[in-house]
Design a protein around this ligand. Structure first.
Ligand code: PMP
Ligand code: GLN
Length: 383
């Protein structure tokens, strides 16, 4: 995890946000919204602070939030969870991912299968756990995996298939046949499935289908999510992991020594958010879908080839048609050339597969409409 000089390298998100600040460029790099989420959710946090919810919450999270998470899984997906034994609140999805990997993999003989490109913390946490990362590349431009490559990647050495759906950085939503293949392979090789569903409500075509809802999946699946994206509260870091009690206990065993607990007054606020009416959730998705369309049109007009994301904050574009041969160099120069920050997909891939993704760039659509319009106008100058 240390660079060649022995120093820790900043994440690509920190690096690119710093570059945006330094150059005054429009930041379509790091995925965070630039508007507040629902006022009633913010108000619950304010009230909780005023009412004294400022000490350690219970290790598993306050029961009201665990109950709201269980109710949410029932309301949206028909999943039954016991809030006392099958849910744990974490410091964002990030901690749930880290704790799950540290708890559930056992060193160099264990493999963790991920789709590539992958969210940066997956590779880092697999490395911290001392296990081996096995990346299965997704195809440009639909970003689905090749069934044969997935079949080959999962073996008896596989401890976890780590899934992120909807997917960061590509915005893809896995096809039904891919989800079923994942469950079949996990059963055949007695592997666990860990799913990162943080974009579960930021989905544009069909409702989210959690892998835990597939036949035979629930008993081997740990589902992770977070309030950050759905409620535009990425700084609150309220996440959770839900699934069979023995998997949740394993997460808790590690989590209690990572942060112990976090976000006391934000926990009741996210509980209130999870209980908002259906119209809130469909509204969030519809607003983001419109931004995806605006960003996609601007990128196409500027000369990029553009993928069509079915969910998440992100759109991936191929910068080769606008002259790029290396996305990292392209993104480093972009703020000075036209005043826009974006993230090279090569930041999310293994060294062995870098060439496949060499000219792809991730743009965040989770910004105000006028910010996306301004970025699109600036990008036209690439022509
Ligand atoms: N997983 C994915 C795929 C993400 O995109 C993010 C947020 N950027 C996280 C996990 C982290 O979520 P949180 O902020 O809740 O820790
Ligand atoms: N998940 C956010 C993204 O993909 C960034 C989170 C972070 O900075 N760690 O842009």
């Amino acid at each position: 995890l240390l660079g060649a000089d022995g120093q820790t390298a900043p994440t690509i998100f920190a690096e690119m946000s710093a570059l945006a600040e330094l150059t005054g460029a429009v930041n379509l790099g790091q995925g965070f919204p630039d508007e507040d989420g629902p006022a009633e959710v913010l108000e619950v946090a304010r009230r909780a602070i005023a009412d004294g919810a400022n000490q350690y919450p219970p290790g598993r999270g306050i029961l009201d939030l665990r109950t709201a998470i269980a109710e949410h899984q029932q309301r949206f997906y028909g999943l039954n969870l016991d809030p006392h034994r099958e849910v744990v609140v974490t410091a964002g999805a990030t901690e749930a991912i880290a704790a799950a990997l540290l708890a559930l993999v056992d060193g160099p003989d264990d493999e963790v299968v991920v789709f590539e490109p992958y969210y940066d913390s997956y590779a880092a946490c697999v490395a911290l756990a001392g296990a081996r990362l096995v990346p299965v590349p997704l195809r440009w431009p639909d970003f689905q995996p090749d069934a044969d490559l997935l079949e080959e990647a999962v073996t008896d050495r596989t401890r976890i298939i780590l899934v992120n759906d909807p997917h960061n950085p590509t915005g893809t939503v896995l096809g039904a046949e891919v989800r079923e293949q994942i469950v079949r392979l996990a059963q055949r090789h007695d592997a666990l499935i860990v799913t990162d569903d943080v974009y579960e409500h930021l989905i544009f075509d069909e409702p989210h289908v959690p892998i835990a809802s597939l036949p035979g999946a629930a008993e081997r699946t740990l589902t992770i999510s977070s309030g950050g994206k759905t409620f535009s509260t990425t700084g609150w870091k309220i996440g959770w992991a839900a699934g069979p009690a023995h998997l949740v206990d394993a997460v808790l065993a590690v989590k209690q020594f990572l942060t112990y607990v976090s976000g006391g007054p934000f926990q009741p606020a996210i509980a209130a958010g999870l209980r908002l009416p259906e119209s809130f959730f469909t509204g969030v998705a519809a607003a983001l879908r419109a931004k995806r369309d605006l960003l996609g049109a601007g990128l196409r007009e500027a000369g990029f080839d553009v993928s069509r994301p079915a969910g998440s904050y992100f759109t991936v574009a191929d910068a080769a048609p606008v002259g790029a041969t290396d996305a990292a160099a392209f993104c480093r120069d972009l703020p000075d050339r036209v005043g826009v920050v974006a993230i090279p997909i090569t930041a999310f891939v293994s060294a062995a597969h870098r060439d496949r993704f060499a000219t792809l760039v991730r743009f965040a659509a989770c910004k105000r409409v006028e910010v996306i319009r301004e970025a699109a106008a600036r990008l036209q100058r690439l022509a």
